[in-house]
Design a protein around this ligand. Structure first.
Ligand code: MN3
Ligand code: MN3
Length: 322
């Protein structure tokens, strides 16, 4: 018998049942941007002002950047610290879906925007100081942080930093506009909700192994980081939304989601804001069922992936105990 050079993954011997349940949840909710009939939103799109169109473009440019960071750097770095081989398989699934997310904004652009507009969006995205700062701050932690710090960065990115952008499509959805664009965003939010919960759970396993002193040190670091990111996010929000007059309500939404990120990490909230403080139109957008209930069946080549369940409030506030 040779010594084991490389161990085969055995799904019949599960060390952490959360790996298995997360794998099942993520594969059940698999989706692709190409199945959403985005061109049905063109009438709504033509009814928006130039300022609104430009804001939507920049918002999705910013989201593209964050999903690019997650798909290229984030999951790659988190994979170095897995506790089980099944966790690595889950992260592989997450990494692929991050690429789907990043690509789906390009599907939106190619449907709604001209070539010149798309070039402007990417130029803005790749040079906006606040956007670049958040990408840099998170990515530096991915490259140089400890296993636990990297998980904090990932949860802050996915449960907090995306929401300055998610606000816009949810707002339009709450106003019965751009329903198919919003469908994509809701599928992304549903994925992110599982990612944030899962990575937050893995964080808590490691965190609970620390001494009380180490925990306090990490907690201080975490809250400092959150506050630093929040300040940058305020500037980003002002730049995006001042002209539309949405800045203050977006900031409320950010603080609410920052608290949710802390909750995923098993920590106490930082801000007083709750769901009741968020613009009800946006909360309404979040809780609306998916509009293309059986969009997978539109493919018509027998490639039936199963129907996508209507998104419920619980999907947004997903727990691992369901
Ligand atoms: Mn994503
Ligand atoms: Mn994610």
């Amino acid at each position: 018998m040779a010594e084991t050079y490389y161990a085969a993954i055995n799904w019949n011997e599960i060390e952490d049942i959360i790996d298995k349940s997360t794998w099942e949840k993520l594969t059940e909710q698999f989706w692709l941007d190409t199945r959403i009939p985005l061109s049905n939103d063109l009438d709504d799109w033509r009814g928006l002002s130039e300022l609104e169109k430009q804001t939507v473009g920049h918002v999705f440019g910013g989201l593209t950047l964050l999903d690019t960071v997650q798909s290229e750097s984030g999951m790659e770095q988190l994979r170095k610290d897995v506790r089980t081989p099944h966790e690595e398989a889950v992260l592989n699934n997450i990494q692929f879906m991050e690429s789907v997310h990043a690509k789906s904004y390009s599907s939106i652009f190619s449907t709604l925007n001209t070539k010149a507009e798309i070039e402007e969006i990417f130029e803005w995205t790749n040079t906006n100081p606040y956007l670049q700062k958040k990408a840099e701050r998170i990515n530096e932690i991915y490259k140089n942080g400890s296993a636990l710090e990297k998980k904090v960065a990932s949860v802050f990115l996915e449960t907090f930093l995306f929401y300055s952008g998610f606000y816009t499509p949810l707002y339009y959805l709450g106003n019965n506009k751009l329903a198919n664009v919003a469908e994509i965003i809701k599928l992304i939010i549903r994925d992110e909700s599982v990612h944030g919960t899962y990575i937050g759970y893995k964080f808590q396993l490691g965190f609970n192994e620390l001494t009380e002193e180490e925990q306090q040190k990490l907690r201080d670091w975490m809250y400092d980081l959150l506050y630093e990111l929040y300040e940058n996010e305020e500037r980003y929000t002002e730049e995006l939304y001042d002209a539309l007059g949405w800045t203050e309500e977006v900031k409320t939404f950010l603080r609410y989601n920052a608290n949710k990120a802390l909750m995923n990490l098993g920590q106490d909230p930082l801000f007083p804001d709750t769901a009741n403080d968020v613009n009800p139109i946006v909360m309404n957008g979040i809780s609306t069922g998916t509009s293309n209930h059986d969009f997978f069946s539109q493919v018509g080549n027998g490639y039936l992936l199963g129907t996508v369940e209507a998104m419920q409030d619980e999907d947004y506030f997903i727990g691992m105990d369901e």
